[in-house]
Write a protein that binds this ligand. Structure first.
Ligand code: TTP
Length: 698
């Protein structure tokens, strides 16, 4: 864990975003109280976004439209548009994209975190600027909407922005404080540019890491930004409720609160690291220990496109789906939407999704989803095929069909989401080829991993609730006003683990095509930002086009070594995993089997007995896995068996699943794949599998 962090990270979050999108369409309503309600009309609809004028009159997101009107009779209720019987979020998504484009034009590393927020790593730009800094370089006018935590009192000269800048001019001021201040100036400019280009206002947090930036962003809203200097963190944490902190809102936070009696972040610091490790696990314990001290090494990963495209729908009360026909109907509707958006995405972004994930909640289940299953998705986005495969999965999972007639079988939520994007043009290259190519660069792997192979779980092993919000319909708000989780938890192993998948399909790497613009002079015409001077630190500078900053593996590794004829690998294992004690399982999963084995061997030889303890052998295929991988790997076997069974089902004319019938089983070796391509082709000719329903790979 790296306690010293000199990065400059911002989180920009749009204010009452959906309402702002509506107000841009209806400019005459600007300045009037308003909220956006879900498309369903019961009691005026569930509120999902409230503008600050309405908040001032007591309207909250927990209310329904009718209640909002009681509180504030002038409140304008905007209704989410409807299409195919469900919410159509297109205009909100498009609005979010416009904002990301403006951020990217500043040449910084941008990670789109949800429909209306993004993390920005400005370290590189700031590091280029810092050497020229002098005491008088930053004007208070350049920070018109900025607050510094620990320096709140703006009325006297000692505190507030004046006080902060004065302290900064002293000789013993810290570089880190300078950097954060420059970061704040840059973010003022970005926010002004966002306002000028899109008409949307936003708030921001600026700090040394993502957790602190996110937390800072919520302190002063709307249309303001807050710097949280590392020196103020400890004081700030003494009262700050841990449930408001990124990653501590869920189960982990609940355990901390209920079992370990922690309510604030500072409470966690009183627990020794060892106890935290014992209660959770070594990794989580250490991570928490540092997290409570304001340390978070999670990198900002360059990503401007959503990592998944999906939608879901709740079916509550009488609307619950209690027949195959109804489920089929809604799967067709959901797949039609996903397919349409995927086609648009393919055209615009030249990428292809490789995995389709289905999530289902059954009646009586209080969890967001009862189960999640994933199906390989090749180059076809045929909505009918997608829906049929999903239906086949639902019917397979249906407990009644398994002879347990007591188990209620009524679906209350369905979700379909496509993910694991690869570059369309390069999807015909092979991963093995990638590893043996003379000029391959390890950096490409890393970029690819960061850009395309989005981890379903955070590096720290915890589930990131925010990660996928962009694709959420937030229809859970209909019930309880909380965003739903979309990260599939039960995903099958990467495609090359599927016995039938050809080597071609294993291709998951591509060049990282950063589309960030080059230089940009900041725009300063935002309403509340007009005081920002056109001179000053960044105004005179052209921001250089910056390569995305890669923190997860330390310094980017340059060109790899020459091909080693003995192993056909072009790199040393240390180049991919500089620290064999901290092997990233997602990267490991991307390697072809022979390289994977080499890595496992290296871990064992380096760590001896301790290393061996980290492994388990799968009793189905006898392959070795790291303990962290085995759950996912088991899902692969479940999926394979499911596929096998589906392929064996006789055709039944009445069932929509019948289109999957007639499929012969591919007799898979129980060994993990990487069969030679010839055999794979022969198998494909003999049989149809779920995969074949999605068309052939390019
Ligand atoms: P938020 O950023 O949580 O909220 P907001 O932008 O409306 O307001 P704030 O100024 O406090 O940030 O959510 C972004 C958008 O996501 C929001 O405008 C509407 C949508 N949303 C839902 O659809 N359902 C939900 O339950 C939530 C929380 C948000």
């Amino acid at each position: 864990m790296n306690a010293e962090d000199n990065r400059v990270i911002a989180l920009i979050d749009m204010d009452c975003f959906y309402v702002q999108v509506e107000e841009r369409e209806n400019p005459e309503n600007r300045g009037k109280p308003g909220c956006v309600v879900q498309y369903k009309k019961w009691k005026g609809g569930g509120i999902i976004s409230v503008n600050y004028e309405a908040r001032a009159q007591g309207v909250t997101r927990q209310m329904r439209g009718d209640e909002a009107r009681e509180k504030c009779p002038d409140c304008i209720l905007y209704r989410v548009p409807e299409r195919r019987g469900k919410a159509d979020l297109t205009k909100y998504r498009d609005g979010g994209k416009e904002v990301i484009d403006v951020m990217c034009s500043f040449g910084v590393c941008v990670e789109r975190a949800s429909i209306d927020e993004a993390y920005i790593d400005m370290t590189m730009v700031i590091d280029q600027t810092l050497p020229g800094c002098t005491a008088t370089a930053i004007n208070v006018e350049e920070l018109p909407n900025t607050h510094f935590v620990g320096w709140e009192n703006d009325t006297d000269d000692v505190k507030g922005v004046h006080g902060w800048l004065k302290a900064l001019s002293k000789e013993d001021s810290k570089d880190n404080d300078w950097k954060l201040t420059l970061g704040a100036v840059l973010v003022e400019k970005m926010r002004a540019a966002i306002y000028e280009k899109t008409g949307f206002r936003c708030s921001a947090g600026i700090a040394n890491n993502k957790m602190l930036a996110k937390l800072a962003c919520g302190i002063n809203k709307p249309n303001k930004q807050t710097v949280l200097p590392f020196t103020s963190v400890q004081d700030f944490f003494t009262t700050f409720p841990l449930k408001k902190v990124r990653n501590l809102g869920g189960k982990l936070g609940l355990t901390l609160r209920e079992e370990l009696q922690c309510t604030t972040m500072a409470d966690i610091t009183r627990i020794p690291e060892k106890i935290l490790q014992e209660r959770f696990d070594t990794k989580t314990g250490t991570w928490l220990y540092w997290y409570a001290r304001g340390v978070d090494n999670d990198p900002v990963s360059s990503r401007r496109l959503p990592k998944s495209i999906g939608c879901n729908k709740n079916f509550t009360g009488l609307a619950a789906l209690d027949s195959e026909e109804k489920i089929n109907h809604w799967l067709e509707e959901l797949c039609a939407e996903v397919s349409e958006r995927l086609e648009k995405d393919r055209e615009t972004n030249c990428r292809l999704a490789k995995l389709l994930t289905l999530t289902v909640r059954l009646e009586g289940d209080i969890r967001p989803y009862s189960y999640t299953r994933s199906i390989p998705l090749h180059s076809s986005y045929d909505k009918i095929r997608m829906a049929k495969s999903c239906l086949a999965v639902v019917m397979k999972e249906n407990p009644c069909k398994q002879g347990n007639s007591k188990t209620p079988w009524v679906v209350t939520c369905l979700g379909v989401s496509a993910s694991k994007f690869v570059d369309q043009l390069e999807s015909s290259s092979r991963i093995d080829h990638f590893f043996t190519a003379k000029q391959c660069t390890i950096m490409s792997i890393e970029k690819e991993k960061l850009v395309n192979e989005e981890p379903l779980h955070r590096k720290d092993g915890l589930y990131d609730l925010h990660a996928d919000q962009e694709d959420e319909e937030f229809e859970m708000a209909e019930i309880d006003n909380t965003p739903t989780e979309t990260n599939p938890l039960n995903i099958i192993a990467p495609e090359y683990n599927m016995g039938q998948t050809s080597a071609v399909d294993k291709e998951i790497f591509r060049e990282n095509k950063e589309k960030t613009g080059g230089s940009s002079s900041a725009c300063l015409n935002g309403e509340n930002n007009e005081n920002v001077k056109k001179t000053g630190f960044f105004a005179s500078r052209n921001f250089k086009k910056c390569a995305p900053i890669q923190h997860s593996f330390g310094e980017p590794i340059a060109h790899s070594s020459q091909v080693n004829p003995a192993t056909h690998t072009t790199f040393s294992i240390e180049e991919i995993f500089p620290d064999l004690n901290e092997v990233d399982v997602e990267t490991l999963a991307l390697l072809p089997p022979h390289l994977r084995r080499e890595v496992l061997k290296a871990i064992q030889s380096k760590q001896g007995k301790e290393g061996t303890d980290k492994f388990v052998v799968c009793d189905k295929c006898k392959e070795q896995f790291l303990k962290e991988e085995i759950e996912e790997h088991n899902d692969f076997h479940v999926a394979s068996e499911l596929q096998k069974e589906l392929s064996l089902q006789p055709p039944t004319s009445s069932s929509s699943v019948s289109n999957l019938a007639g499929a012969k089983v591919v007799k898979k070796s129980s060994k993990r794949p990487l069969k030679n391509q010839k055999n794979a082709t022969a198998d494909t000719k003999r049989s149809r599998t779920i995969e074949s329903f999605f068309g052939n790979p390019l």
